[in-house]
Design a protein. Structure first.
Lengths: 203, 389
């Protein structure tokens, strides 16, 4: 289905590589996510100390969003955020569970517990870019462009948002995969389900 | 353009296993919150609202389901079963399903759980319900903290407006688990007595469990007496803090404004405000600030947390359904637990259950991650709507 909206840019973070519109921005040899994402943060010259307090899912979503949104004059831009994944916040959920499973070694912490919700990463992006806009977080077994597409189309058509940052950010047991794309009036690719699917699968 | 209605509905909570019983209890100002001593849940007694699992077992067995299901799955099946049956809708490719939850089967993470750890993936709930009710479309799980239950209604509306579905069923649910109790306790957010939203002596939240279901449709052949039309909705982020509400109530202010703009109504057109009111110091004060900025300080307001506790991903839907019944009965329900106003701006808290003509209500919710959602709902005059022949 064709749309009057377009995909302005897209980014992938997977297999130790960050790319923007298909061009590699950063590569790392490390297999460890926390080392990789820290290196990525430095390589992109982001100055945001709060980054280091975030959980893995938020770090992943935050860097991906920064790469796309750094070129927009973001403040007061009405950019909806529609994200999805498979593992919700399970990576952090397991950490919280570990901290409460033994009564003799009981150490639940609010700074971990707060990240046991997948949409916290949307909150982190909104704070960073001062976005007071529409938010939704969906959970699917696999990447589901149809759902993202219809929600985005409606929000843009009804002018509840001027742009939409959409995609997939999944972190589960050291495996990670991020694909974000920005939809607006102008862009390189038509905002069609077919194009979203193809961009998700490409590098 | 299609009008969007909320119709057939069901609530399961400690106040009963159907909406009518739950609403009757609320009408009589009966709370579902009690002191709970259960070391499997929490190391010390706490105040909360827990569904009776013996009644659940009995009711679920009556469905004669062969598969082995978690408690949450059983509750969601029971609740949805009621609404699908009552609606008389045939499940085909034009019918969608949305599931709203924050933590799903999180109790399965516990060491002694009999279920595979894979059940903690939230998509499991979609798989279970799709199979049980033979849904022909892919279920959508929304997990957006404490606004999930209201946001699910906005998402259903978009699916119908964009002609993806004709009817959408929503089911919402979260349980009181060791996981959430320990987490909210680490935040020092749990109250050591029944919660007291907006009151001077409020000391925090009570957690509760509730499962709710509703039919969202644009087809007037499928309406009930308590059906309402969704006339405006919006979600806005505070862009301020991931766990603390904005001091100025920015996101809440913006989403209510946006919903009013869509509905083309003014603050004085709103007859009743079903607010979030968790009874934490900061949340309730943030709401008072936002509602004053919106000119809503004189609108009769309650928080239903004093009846259900905070039911997390279910709270928004449960409270919307109670609001629908409030309109049908033309009754404002007492804001249970309220003593004397303890927020920095004036609010019109409903201090006694009373009858009053009601046409439009505003439902709001706010949650971690900075999300705020507002829905504006208008009663339909049942007799004016075409009945199925």
């Amino acid at each position: 289905m064709d749309s009057k909206f377009n995909i302005q840019s897209y980014t992938h973070i997977r297999n130790g590589t960050i790319s923007l519109n298909g061009n590699t921005l950063f590569e790392s040899e490390t297999e460890d996510f926390s080392t990789f994402i820290k290196e990525a943060y430095k390589s992109q010259h982001i100055e945001y100390p709060k980054f280091f307090k975030m959980d893995n899912l938020s770090k992943l979503a935050f860097i991906a969003a920064d790469i796309i949104l750094r070129n927009t004059s973001n403040s007061e831009e009405n950019i909806a955020i529609i994200l999805s994944n498979k593992a919700s916040s399970l990576d952090t959920d397991r950490k919280h569970q570990e901290s409460i499973s033994d009564t003799d070694n009981y150490y639940p912490s609010p700074s971990i517990f707060v990240y046991t919700l997948p949409n916290i990463c949307i909150g982190e992006i909104c704070i960073r870019h001062q976005l007071f806009s529409e938010n939704s977080f969906f959970i699917f077994d696999n990447f589901n462009p149809d759902c993202l597409w219809v929600q985005t189309e409606h929000l843009l058509k009804t002018k509840k948002a001027n742009k939409a940052l959409c995609g997939w950010v999944d972190f589960d047991d050291s495996n990670y995969d991020a694909f974000l794309y920005l939809v607006e009036d102008h862009g390189t690719f038509n905002h069609s389900i077919k194009n979203i699917k193809e961009l998700y699968l490409c590098k | 353009m299609h009008k969007i209605y909320l119709s057939h509905n069901a609530i399961i909570s400690s106040l009963g296993f159907d909406s009518e019983t739950v609403v009757e209890n609320i009408k009589n100002e009966i709370s579902g919150i009690s002191r709970i001593e259960d070391e499997d849940l929490f190391q010390k007694p706490f105040y909360g609202s827990i569904i009776n699992k013996t009644i659940l077992k009995h009711k679920f067995n009556a469905l004669k389901t062969k598969e082995d299901h978690t408690v949450l799955e059983q509750l969601m099946i029971l609740s949805l079963n009621k609404v699908i049956k009552a609606s008389n809708i045939t499940i085909n490719t034009s019918v969608g399903l949305i599931i709203s939850t924050t933590k799903g089967n999180i109790d399965v993470l516990e060491k002694n759980s009999d279920f595979p750890k894979s059940y903690t993936y939230l998509s499991r709930l979609g798989t279970v319900l799709k199979k049980h009710f033979s849904f022909k479309t892919e279920p959508i799980v929304v997990s957006n903290a404490c606004v999930s239950g209201v946001l699910a209604i906005s998402i259903a509306k978009r699916l119908i407006k964009e002609s993806v579905h004709k009817h959408v069923f929503i089911v919402s649910g979260d349980l009181v688990s060791k996981f959430v109790l320990s987490g909210f306790n680490s935040f020092q957010a749990l109250s050591d007595s029944e919660c007291k939203p907006y009151s001077k002596d409020r000391t925090g939240i009570n957690l509760g469990e509730a499962i709710a279901s509703v039919l969202v449709t644009s087809d007037t052949n499928y309406l009930t007496e308590e059906s309402v039309e969704l006339i405006g909705d919006a979600t806005c982020n505070d862009a301020n803090h991931i766990s603390g509400p904005s001091r100025s109530g920015e996101g809440l202010f913006r989403c209510v404004n946006s919903a009013m703009k869509e509905a083309a109504i003014k603050p004085q057109d709103i007859d009743y405000l079903s607010a979030h009111g968790t009874a934490t110091i900061f949340n309730d004060d943030m709401e008072a600030i936002a509602f004053n900025r919106l000119g809503l300080q004189n609108v009769p307001l309650n928080s239903l947390k004093g009846y259900f506790g905070h039911t997390l991903g279910s709270s928004g839907l449960v409270e919307t359904i109670v609001g629908m019944h409030s309109l049908k009965l033309n009754t404002l329900f007492y804001s249970k637990g309220f003593t004397s106003l303890g927020v920095s701006k004036p609010l019109h808290i409903i201090e006694k259950t009373k009858q009053q003509p009601l046409a439009i209500f505003l439902k709001t919710a706010s949650g971690f991650g900075g999300a705020n959602t507002a829905l504006l709902l208008k009663s339909i005059t049942y007799k004016n709507v075409k009945k199925r022949t």
